[in-house]
Design a protein around this ligand. Structure first.
Ligand code: WAQ
Ligand code: MG
Length: 662
């Protein structure tokens, strides 16, 4: 049975308009049907044209045309979600923030363009960066046609004659599949339909509850283009001519029920969330459907995972999982008490003893997380009248521990030992400490242990090193920064059980006397329920594997070296020397676009941007694993290089938003 494209256009001569003037567009529709359904659908579309809220048309054009089924393309629908908002102004702010998230640099100007344009039959095709109009006929716009939902003709017509959402979901899927389209913004021109959307390949279809006030006939569409001028014709041809069926259109995601207005006392929450959205800094939480591994399941797809702290592949090691299960069965799900009351199990003591022995300390103390370990230790060590010198790139848990201590915090430039020396001379205090990551979490470089030890000794500073990304990762057998430099290090370390050890929790290690003292003074230790049996059992098993199988550490280091070398061959700046490999992008939009492209290619490497790193220092952050296959790393390096260079050529330097001259 052959397929037909059925198109409807309804228009009206402009009142008082000169004879040569184009008639006013009232409504249109695009469907695909076969056999019997063709005639019924044509009639339904004519009926719809006659009943449109914008008024009576004086010309209805229905065309029925056989499709070339050879070229018929079947594409999946975009994933859809809905955001509610109280009014159109908020909705437009959300739309701007979503557009910015997709890499559109001046979303406000795009919205203005749409709101100020005369009614068009089609959409504006606009250069995402320069905002130039690219469509061949600016009075008509580009009309996406020859498309429908797969199996759509079988559905009953909607009660209001038009399925706004369904038709929009089809259109957006086709638009996002068109070459060089990076995003779409849509506001309905139906006076009584206020819901609109932003759609983009990496973002999906986001319904926005209100983008205009009811009663306004103002609406339209903008397709945002980023690509060479020579390719515009291909994009237009795809949109206007290529037959497309969209499969698996999800049901319309509902808006959250109208909740009671937030209490005035919480108004700041709405405002700050809207600000984060507007600045492109809104974070959504992604869900992963499998244990971490060289591959991970995400939205039903297997992605190569270069973004996990499970460096040695121990989180899903069968021996580690069995130990966790055994501990859980023996001791239960929770400990029911703090370590100082009833929460300590034999497993805690065993883990502390073996961890201390492995890493070369007298004793260790397990905390409920690495964050709690840093905060507990630093706030106990220092207080009012004391000084803490802290590396400018230290992890947030160190920063928070410093703040909570009440000591004066003196931040020294990253790894600048001469500056630390100067500052230590200038800032005196009762107790003084220097704290640094052993391996920096966003840069993958190693602290200057020889330099730190020397400066600390000269000034009598207590030295604290956080080995969260160092234990199991650096040093020939994974014993961390001291083994890496072949030095005996400072007295106190903090660390994590949830990275290379694949479990959960954190620790402090150092002199036994200090641990004894910390049991009394470390408030995050004293006032937290003890870490439960399963993660403690898991960490203990993982530690024994790390001790007995140093080849894992060697494989991790080889993998990181291979990945870095390949990146450098491709001309990518990949500094650092550990399992964390930053691929420097600079521009936030370049990092985000490259991460999107990699995701499309089935590779998960996170884009890191402000506030995690400084503005303009955005990057892809790859994290290597011992169980990555060489082929996968070679492929990932070349895909990452490609994605970065493409994002760089496609994204021109940022154009500042025009300043208001008033
Ligand atoms: N191709 C390009 N532009 C189009 C097309 C098309 N096929 N159809 C409509 N437009 C342009 C045209 O300028 C219209 O004036 C404008 O879009 C709005 O079209 O999840 O009903 O048909 O509930 O009014 C969004 C649904 C409904 C949101 C949008 O658009 C939801 C809608 P309308
Ligand atoms: Mg309409």
């Amino acid at each position: 049975m052959s397929l037909y494209s059925i198109r409807m256009r309804a228009s009206r001569a402009r009142s008082g308009g000169a004879s040569g003037e184009r008639p006013e567009h009232i409504s249109g529709a695009e469907r695909i049907a076969a056999g019997e359904a063709v005639a019924d659908l044509a009639a339904e579309l004519a009926r719809r044209a006659l009943g449109h809220a914008k008024g009576q048309p004086d010309n209805i054009h229905v065309s029925i045309e056989a499709l070339d089924e050879e070229t018929l393309l079947r594409i999946p629908a975009l994933p859809a979600r809905a955001v509610s908002c109280a009014d159109a102004a908020t909705g437009l702010r959300l739309a701007a923030a979503l557009l910015r998230e997709t890499g559109v640099p001046r979303p406000g100007a795009v919205i203005d363009l749409l709101l100020n344009a005369p009614p068009l039959r089609g959409a504006m095709l606009v250069d995402a960066d320069t905002l130039e109009r690219l469509e061949p006929d600016r009075e008509r716009g580009v009309r996406a046609t020859r498309m429908d939902m797969a199996g759509g003709a079988a559905l009953p017509p909607a009660p209001d004659g038009k399925q706004h959402y369904r038709e929009a979901a089809v259109l957006a899927a086709k638009v996002c599949a068109a070459p060089h389209i990076i995003a779409e913004l849509c506001i309905s021109d139906d006076p009584d339909y206020v819901t609109g959307y932003v759609a983009a390949p990496g973002l999906g279809y986001v319904r926005i509850q209100r983008l205009k006030e009811a009663g306004s006939p103002r609406g339209g569409r903008v397709f945002l283009y980023r690509g060479p001028r020579e390719a515009v014709a291909d994009t237009v041809a795809f949109l206007e001519r290529h037959p497309v069926l969209v499969e698996n259109v999800p049901p319309p995601p509902p808006f959250a029920p109208e909740s009671a207005p937030a209490p005035a006392s919480l108004a700041f929450v709405e405002e700050e969330l809207a600000e984060a959205r507007a600045a492109g800094l809104f974070r959504s939480i992604e869900v992963f459907e499998s244990a971490p591994g060289p591959r991970v399941r995400h939205k039903g797809r297997d992605l190569l995972l270069l973004a996990s702290g499970d460096y040695l592949g121990l989180a899903a090691d069968s021996r580690v999982m069995a130990a966790a299960a055994e501990a859980l069965t023996a001791y239960g799900a929770g400990t029911g008490g703090s370590r100082l009351t009833t929460g300590t199990l034999p497993l805690h003591a065993r883990l502390e003893a073996e961890l201390a022995a492995f890493a070369g300390s007298e004793a260790a103390l397990v905390f409920s997380s690495g964050y709690a370990a840093n905060v507990g230790l630093l706030s106990a060590l220092c207080g009012k009248g004391d000084v803490i010198f802290s590396d400018s790139l230290n992890h947030a848990s160190i920063i928070d521990g410093c703040r909570l201590s009440g000591a004066r915090v003196v931040v020294y430039p990253h790894k600048d030992m001469a500056a630390l020396d100067r500052l230590a001379r200038a800032h005196q205090g009762r107790r003084r400490a220097v704290v640094s990551d052993a391996v920096f979490s966003m840069d993958g470089d190693v602290a200057d242990l020889p330099g730190l030890t020397e400066v600390a000794a000269r000034h009598g500073l207590i030295t604290v090193l956080d080995e969260a990304h160092a234990l199991g990762v650096i040093g020939r057998t994974g014993r961390g920064i001291c083994e890496h430099f072949g030095l005996s290090g400072p007295a106190i370390f903090t660390g994590s059980l949830s990275k290379a050890l694949g479990a959960d929790g954190g620790y402090v290690r150092g002199p036994a006397r200090l641990m004894e003292w910390l049991r009394h003074k470390g408030r995050s230790f004293v006032f937290s329920t003890a870490l439960s049996a399963a993660p403690v059992g898991a960490a203990l098993a993982a530690l024994r594997i790390l001790r007995d199988e140093p080849a894992r550490v060697a494989r991790l280091q080889e993998n990181a070296a291979l990945f870095r070398a390949r990146l450098r061959e491709h001309g990518v700046d990949a500094p650092g020397e550990t399992a964390i490999v930053p691929l420097m992008a600079g521009d936030e939009r370049v990092a985000v676009a490259a991460a999107h492209a990699l995701r499309e290619a089935g590779i998960l490497i996170s884009a890191i941007r402000y506030p995690t790193v400084a503005r303009g220092a955005a990057r892809l952050r790859a994290a290597l694993r011992a169980d990555h296959q060489k082929d996968d790393l070679v492929l990932s390096a070349s895909e990452a290089a490609k994605a970065l260079s493409r994002a760089r050529t496609e994204i021109p330097p940022p154009v500042p938003e025009p300043r208001c001259r008033c």
